[in-house]
Design a protein around this ligand. Structure first.
Ligand SMILES: [Fe+2]
Length: 268
């Protein structure tokens, strides 16, 4: 992926290249079009109890992809909650549905992005918060501060099982109006995560977190098996995600798992 003026051209690669693209993308957020109805308006898509999920897949995928997109005119919320899964699925089937929906959403989403004809790889798997392999990711815990992921362009999470803790609410911030309203660029508002593995991701500076959530954010709660959250994580989408602190209240019962689907470009 390479930045070129206002366009993002996919076609890259190394962690450091991605860091440059992330910085450039967030700088552009200060002058990017804003969501028409304000941050995260109309971000929920419901699966009704009498819907047949398989039959609804194309409708849901189109509704999600439309809300994820952030074009120059008619800017969508950039993040979507698909709710109503618990009425239809046991956990294993919900994960299958999640993956099917992610693939269908990605097919629609990529048709609308520059360089969408490049080669991409979808990754799916389950993350057990608190028990992530430290040797691979540098921490047993998923990253909680408000940030954008470095490599992936689109991701979705389906939480559950979840038990034995308090907190853990998922936060989303549309940083475009925040940067524009204050006249801030990347260097003013962001720093880089410190990681034991290669590369870093942009993290909102602590002094901006409270006001950014209050003015341009949403707390979607401690998600469980009823909902899937999708996030547009393209470099200039301007959608940050984070998690309120997780406090383990019952160590024996503690579980905080999420099934994650994501996509990134295959390095040439
Ligand atoms: Fe993340």
């Amino acid at each position: 992926m390479r930045g070129r003026g206002n366009a993002i051209e996919l076609g890259a690669t190394q962690a450091t290249d991605m860091m440059v693209l992330r910085r450039e993308g967030l700088d552009r957020c200060a002058v990017a079009p804003l969501a028409v109805d304000g941050p995260f308006a109309d971000m929920t898509v419901r699966l009704a109890p009498d819907d047949v999920p398989g039959r609804e897949l194309p409708r849901l995928a189109a509704a999600v992809a439309r809300r994820l997109s952030r074009p120059d005119h008619r800017v969508g919320p950039g993040a979507v909650l698909v709710t109503g899964l618990a009425a239809h699925f046991r956990p294993a089937a919900a994960r299958e549905f999640h993956e099917d929906l992610f693939r269908a959403v990605w097919t629609e989403f990529r048709a609308g992005i520059p360089g969408g004809d490049r080669e991409f790889r979808i990754k799916t798997g389950t993350v057990a918060d608190g028990a992530i392999p430290e040797e691979l990711y540098g921490s047993r815990w998923s990253f909680k501060d408000l940030h954008v992921d470095r490599e992936v362009l689109l991701f979705s999470h389906l939480y559950g099982p979840v038990a034995g803790f308090a907190g853990g609410e998922l936060l989303l911030v549309d940083v475009r109006p925040y940067l524009r309203g204050r006249g801030l660029g990347f260097a003013d508002a962001f720093t880089w995560s410190s990681e034991s593995t290669e590369g870093s991701k942009p993290v909102l500076r602590p002094e901006h977190c409270r006001s950014a959530v209050a003015e341009c954010g949403v707390d979607v709660g401690p998600l469980g098996p009823d909902a899937i959250v999708f996030v547009n994580n393209m470099p200039d989408a301007g959608i940050l995600h984070g998690v309120r602190p997780v406090e383990v209240t019952d160590a024996a019962a503690f579980r905080r798992e999420y099934h994650r689907c994501s996509v990134k470009e295959v390095s040439p």
